[in-house]
Design a protein around this ligand. Structure first.
Ligand SMILES: [Zn+2]
Length: 270
């Protein structure tokens, strides 16, 4: 059946054609994409190009964005959506602003809607309800490997969380999922992490203690681990892993295990 949406999409993709070697270079620089099937990689390429077409990437002075950088960013933004229906999951924002460094002291940015955002403190990323996503360049550059850190996925997880209102750690679940299972898995892991830190604020925790700040941060941080240290998340909070697996409809833990089996020195298990 002919659809305007498909037709428009094909036209955009034809216009955006990029050198295969350039896309390959972006892929090769992102270990967290290793082990995806050819069909998945192709879908990721198309969706990354459409993402770059739909969102404005603004680099503030001090950041030079090459096309490969844009592709790397888009591919990481699209990885969490790879097995979700082709809906506009990143609706409600149009701009990603890249800061040259973590933001210190008062910061000001006028977004494309003319809204001026000001804030204090040191952050490497921000996602505003109905506003732009702000990323610090060093964090973007450090994202992409199996290190349990991914600023791009973290901030965009906040955007998924905000699809049904304020960020509260509950994104819109699929009808096949049970709210009760999600809430129980997330709450008990969040409570356990907070109990550990209440007992000893300096305690070593398996995941970044920042996850204990709010349920929204817990969802964003565990999403980060789900895609960049799935073995660690699976071992530490298996029920959280299972809920994220149901939500993202992916199993990066199995994908990573496959890579480690076929290449014994692939990546150190966490
Ligand atoms: Zn956050």
């Amino acid at each position: 059946m002919w659809s305007f949406r498909d037709w428009r999409r094909k036209r955009i993709l034809a216009r955006l054609a990029i050198e295969p070697a350039l896309w390959q270079r972006a892929l090769d620089s992102l270990p967290i994409l290793d082990g995806l099937s050819q069909a998945e990689t192709e879908r990721l390429r198309e969706r990354s190009l459409l993402f770059l077409h739909a969102k404005r990437l603004t680099a503030l002075p001090g950041v030079e964005l090459q096309l490969t950088d844009r592709l790397r960013l888009a591919a990481q933004a699209q990885l969490p959506l790879l097995h979700l229906a082709d809906l506009d999951w990143y609706q409600g924002f149009h701009e990603i602003v890249i800061y040259p460094d973590d933001f210190h002291s008062p910061q000001k940015h006028r977004d494309s809607a003319g809204v001026v955002h000001e804030w204090d403190g040191e952050h490497s990323g921000e996602a505003w309800l109905q506003g732009p996503v702000i990323l610090a360049w060093p964090g973007v550059r450090e994202s992409g490997s199996w290190e349990g850190y991914n600023l791009v996925i973290h901030e965009l997880a906040h955007k998924l969380d905000m699809l049904n209102g304020d960020a509260n750690g509950l994104p819109p679940l699929h009808s096949s999922m049970r709210l009760e299972d999600w809430a129980t898995a997330m709450q008990s892991a969040y409570d356990a992490l907070n109990a550990t830190l209440d007992a000893d604020p300096e305690a070593h925790t398996e995941i970044d203690p920042y996850a204990a700040e709010t349920p929204a941060e817990f969802f964003a941080v565990t999403s980060e681990y789900f895609f960049s240290a799935p073995d660690l998340l699976h071992r530490t909070y298996p029920k959280v892993y299972k809920q994220l697996q149901a939500f993202y409809r992916q199993d990066p833990f199995t994908r990573l295990q496959g890579l480690q089996k076929s290449h014994p020195d692939y990546a150190e298990p966490h």
